[in-house]
Structure formats: structure tokens, C-alpha cells
Design a protein around this ligand. Structure first.
Ligand SMILES: [Fe+2]
Ligand SMILES: [Fe+2]
Length: 469
């Protein structure tokens, strides 16, 4: 189905044939734009940005590139094409036809999951609200804005489902998605990671590497859902998500590259000297990595969870890449969880959060390997690593326990003494913030980051990706 751009809300869901839904969404649209104006990228509403916009939903050539002012971006409703005769791929309804409407008994569970996913999308735009003011290059500024407009579109994706399938409750939830704000003391976003400030670009790159990757896994598991409109919505969102993780992986890689150059140039591994030269030492990069990785681990929920079990059993949420598993029902299978009290054997269905977290961790390791190859090639032995999934947790059986990055329980006193080695502290943040100076001459980069290997859409790195004048 092609996307209809002649309507006020671009869509490929035949919105014009459902007047009631169309009116409801057209009513929500100006509120979304108000929110974008207030909470979105500050202060670039009048600038032309070289952005990609979806023009079709097939895997090939869905994007068109061109200059757009962000408030004019065509946010809309795009679902991946339906799969003929699709059946539910997991749980108690395995093999039954997928649902085109939400089954009554699953209504509140589906609503909660869609609201939670939807809440993360505008939250990240809010977290990144001020980053444009300190961009390290026009290339990076453009990537930030690309991520922002697409997160805005992901909000549209979830709001469409709420309006289209959940009646009045759904409309109310859609209002709330614009009323909660990241970091707001009275009305914060739902999940903790999405209330953490992202006030420097190292955090932004870590966020897009680790937290957008959590998004990828959540979307993958919802792309398996028995509720077909949700599955199709998430399948298309995944195609957009890939770019966000690319921004993260190459962003961190470029920071490391610059650090290695400075280490070579000064012939030192001394963090203070590296810092004095305006680059970010590897130990600081590791601490930022530790923070965002562990915060993102919490997003998968508790290791043992009856909620996760019923989501799987009832066909709401499968495992990412469900087809890769042999047993799709998992009625009798068990899973060994490592808890502070020792090994605990639980039903596999109850351990689905942990199953997902494990595949997420494997996916995170791919970038780590690349970064470490970079360091190795430069002739250094330091390696970045993912801390243990027990370290610095706020959710699950390891929450709040004094565990070191190797995963061992230690004394609280030792933990408190060492935490500054493991997580970014005030002095790290102050230093990183001091580097955040705006660089906007086409092709120029801030001193703490190397240029990218190539530009966007085969354009040169020094292309004017954002017109500031
Ligand atoms: Fe998203
Ligand atoms: Fe994303």
C-alpha cells in the first residue's frame, strides 16, 4: 500500500474512509505540533534540515531525502504491508489467525503496552531538546534531528493504535502522552531511563547505541504480536530505528577514534593529559557506557515476571525473532535464573524478560567488538567492556545491591568508595560538558570527535546538512 501524502495526515491505512478516526487524529495533530514546538529541538524551527521521509513501506527505497523545516515534517501513519494468512507465532494461541481487533479480555494489557512504548518516543525528543545548541558538526546536528523527527513519528504510530482501537480510553491516553514530560517532577515519563537527562553528546551517542537498541528489541517482540495492526506498525518502525543505532555506534566509534589520535600524538595513556588536549579518555567513555547500558537493562523488567508470562501466553508479545526458536509454546520449559540467593529455576514463560535481555546483551556486544578492534589496531591493550547485568540495577533481583562491574557482590562501603571509577561522576560530567562547543561550519568537527567516514545519502561530509542562515 503506498503512502497518501495528499491528506493532512499522510498515511497508508485508508484513513479517509474512516471519518471518525480521521477527525479524532486531526484534532490531536495541532496538540502534537504545540508539543513539538515547546519540547522538540530548540531552537531550529526555521532552519532547513536535510531529512529523509518515508515514501513507501517496502524494504527498498522507502526513503526520500530533501530539505525540510522540522515543523513541516510529514508525520504520519505507516504500517508495513500485511502478511497474507498470518497466524499467531507463539503462546497458547499458537497457529490461530492473527487478530484485526483487540480481543476484549486483552484490552487493558494491550493498552498498557502500547502506552508504555508510546511514552518512550516523545520522551527521548524531550531528553534531547537542547542538544542542538552544542552540536559537534552540521552532520551530527542533522542526525540528531533525523532521530528526533522519527521518534515523533513513532509517537504517531502508537497514537494511531490508541485512537483506532481503544475508543475513549485510547484518546485519553493519547492526550497523556503529550502531558507527561521527561524529568518532570510531578508528571514524569513512565520509564526511568527516559527521565535521565541527555545534556551532552557522549550521552546522546550512548543513548542511541544502548537505549534505542532496547527500543529495537521491544519493537521486535511487538512485531510478533497476535494483534496484527500492532505487529505491522512495529515492523515499519524497526526500519527507522536502524538509523538511530547507526548514529550511536558510529558516534561512539568516532569519539574513540579521536581519543586514540590524541593518545598517539601525545604518546600517552594518561587520562589527565588526554583531557587537557580536549579529547575524552577511554576510562570516561567506559563510565558513560556503564551508565547507559545498565540503565537500559532495567527497561526489560524483572527477571521473573508473571506479567511477562501472561503477555507471552496470551499472544500479546513474543520473543524477538520468535521464528528462530524451536518451541513456540514454552508450556513446560524452564529457565535457570541467577539470583542473589543462588540459582532459581522458573518456568520459561516467567523468564521471558530475561530471555529478551540476554539477546539484547549479545546484540550490544557487536559494537563493543568493533570499538575494541579500533583500539587494538591503534596498538593499545585497553578494551571497553559491558559490565555484568547485575551491576547498577534498579529493577529485578539485583536492584540496589552493591555489585561490582564483574558481577560480584561486595561490601557496601567498598562499593561506595569505588563507584566513581565505574559510573560518571560530577567531575566527569563537568569535563564532558566543557567540551560541548557548537561547531557549525560545514565539514568541521569539534576537537573531541573524528569526522564520519562518509556523509548521508552518498553526500560529502562537508555538505550543508542544516542551513542555519
Ligand atoms: Fe522510537
Ligand atoms: Fe529510536
Amino acid at each position: 500500500m503506498s503512502i497518501n501524502y495528499s491528506e493532512r495526515i499522510p498515511n497508508n491505512v485508508d484513513l479517509a474512509t474512516d471519518r471518525k478516526l480521521q477527525r479524532a487524529l486531526e484534532h490531536w495533530q495541532p496538540r502534537f505540533l504545540d508539543w513539538w514546538q515547546e519540547q522538540g529541538p530548540n531552537n531550529f524551527a526555521a532552519n532547513d534540515v536535510y531529512l529523509r521521509t518515508a515514501v513507501g513501506v517496502d524494504s527498498q527505497g522507502w526513503a526520500s531525502y530533501g530539505y525540510v523545516r522540522m515543523p513541516d515534517y510529514r508525520w504520519g501513519i505507516f504500517l508495513a504491508d500485511p502478511v497474507a494468512d498470518r497466524t499467531i507465532g507463539f503462546g497458547d494461541h499458537y497457529g490461530e489467525p492473527v487478530w484485526q481487533q483487540v480481543p476484549g479480555e486483552l484490552r487493558s494489557a494491550f493498552r498498557r503496552i502500547i502506552v508504555t512504548q508510546g511514552d518512550t518516543e516523545p520522551a527521548s525528543v524531550e531528553q534531547q531538546h537542547l542538544l542542538g545548541l552544542t552540536c559537534p558538526s552540521l552532520y551530527d546536528l542533522r542526525n540528531l534531528f533525523q532521530v528526533n523527527v522519527e521518534e515523533g513519528r513513532h509517537l504517531w504510530a502508537m497514537v494511531y493504535l490508541l485512537h483506532g482501537y481503544f475508543g475513549r480510553d485510547g484518546r485519553e491516553e493519547a492526550e497523556q502522552l503529550l502531558a507527561r514530560h521527561s524529568g518532570d517532577a510531578d508528571n514524569p515519563r513512565i520509564l526511568r531511563t527516559f527521565n535521565e537527562p541527555i545534556s551532552d553528546w557522549l550521552s546522546f551517542f550512548m543513548f542511541t547505541y544502548f537505549t534505542d537498541r532496547d527500543g529495537k528489541f521491544q519493537l521486535k517482540s511487538l512485531a510478533e504480536s497476535g494483534f496484527d495492526p500492532l505487529a505491522r506498525t512495529c515492523r515499519f518502525m524497526l526500519t527507522e530505528e536502524a538509523h538511530h543505532m547507526f548514529v550511536g555506534e558510529t558516534g561512539v566509534g568516532r569519539v574513540i577514534k579521536r581519543t586514540l589520535e590524541v593518545m598517539k600524538e601525545l604518546d600517552t595513556e594518561n587520562p589527565e593529559k588526554i583531557r587537557a588536549h580536549g579529547a575524552i579518555d577511554l576510562a570516561t567513555i567506559q563510565r558513560y557506557l556503564n551508565f547507559w547500558f545498565t540503565s537500559s537493562l532495567d527497561l526489560f523488567g524483572s527477571e521473573a515476571s508473571s506479567n511477562a508470562a501472561s503477555s507471552f501466553a496470551s499472544g500479546i508479545k513474543g520473543r524477538p525473532d520468535e521464528t528462530r526458536y524451536e518451541d513456540h509454546v514454552c508450556r513446560d520449559a524452564t529457565f535457570d535464573l541467577q539470583t542473589p540467593d543462588g540459582t532459581q529455576t522458573v518456568s520459561l514463560r516467567n523468564a521471558m524478560n530475561e530471555v529478551m535481555r540476554e539477546s539484547y546483551i549479545k546484540d550490544c556486544e557487536i559494537g563493543l567488538k568493533r570499538w575494541n578492534m579500533q583500539i587494538g589496531r591503534a596498538g593499545y591493550e585497553t578494551a571497553l567492556s559491558l559490565p555484568s547485568n547485575r551491576f547498577h540495577r534498579s529493577i529485578g533481583s539485583w536492584a540496589g545491591l552493591p555489585v561490582n562491574p564483574d558481577g560480584n557482590l561486595i561490601g557496601q562501603e567498598e562499593y561506595d568508595q569505588r563507584i566513581a571509577d565505574w559510573l560518571p561522576g560530577e567531575s566527569d560530567r563537568t569535563f564532558v560538558h566543557s567540551l560541548m562547543q557548537r561547531v557549525v561550519e560545514p565539514g568541521k568537527m569539534a576537537g573531541w570527535i573524528a569526522p564520519p567516514d562518509r556523509g548521508i545519502n552518498k553526500l560529502p561530509v562537508d555538505y550543508e546538512y542544516v542551513r542555519l542562515h
